[in-house]
Design a binder for this molecule. Structure first.
Ligand code: CO
Length: 134
């Protein structure tokens, strides 16, 4: 069902400092910050040859990642994103297999304007999983 690893998301305390680490210390290609008010995050994308790293920082008072940053003030891996060909079919199959989809269970447009879903970490080895339809 799942295909390539699309990205690994890391919540960081300081987007500029994290961008510096990836751009200058590690020598990667790093985007400018993009604010996504409807998701309550500001993102920076790091392009690697085989995947991406998504640096996330809370945006606005009730960002869904504020609590996570509070628990992990030094920053931490937040989720993994796997690609799927058909997100509706993937959701239905996972539901039949007893897996929990977060929120209302319906795909939403994610950071790349592609439909995404999030899966319950307790069903997936303690890891928050994002599915993205290409
Ligand atoms: Co993501």
């Amino acid at each position: 069902m799942i295909g390539r690893l699309n990205h690994v998301a890391i919540v960081v305390a300081d987007l500029a400092a994290a961008s510096e680490v990836y751009r200058h210390t590690l020598g990667a290609r790093v985007s400018e910050p993009v604010e996504l008010p409807e998701h309550g995050v500001t993102t920076v994308f790091v392009e690697l040859p085989n995947t991406k790293i998504e640096l996330l920082h809370p945006l606005g008072a009730d960002s869904p990642i504020s609590g996570f940053l509070h628990k992990h003030p030094a920053g931490a891996i937040h989720h993994l994103c796997y690609e799927v060909a058909d997100i509706g079919a993937a959701a239905e199959t996972l539901r039949k297999r007893g897996m929990r989809i977060l929120g209302d269970g319906k795909p939403k447009l994610g950071a790349h304007d592609k439909p995404v879903l999030f899966l319950h970490p307790k069903d997936f080895c303690g890891t928050l999983i994002e599915l993205e339809q290409l």
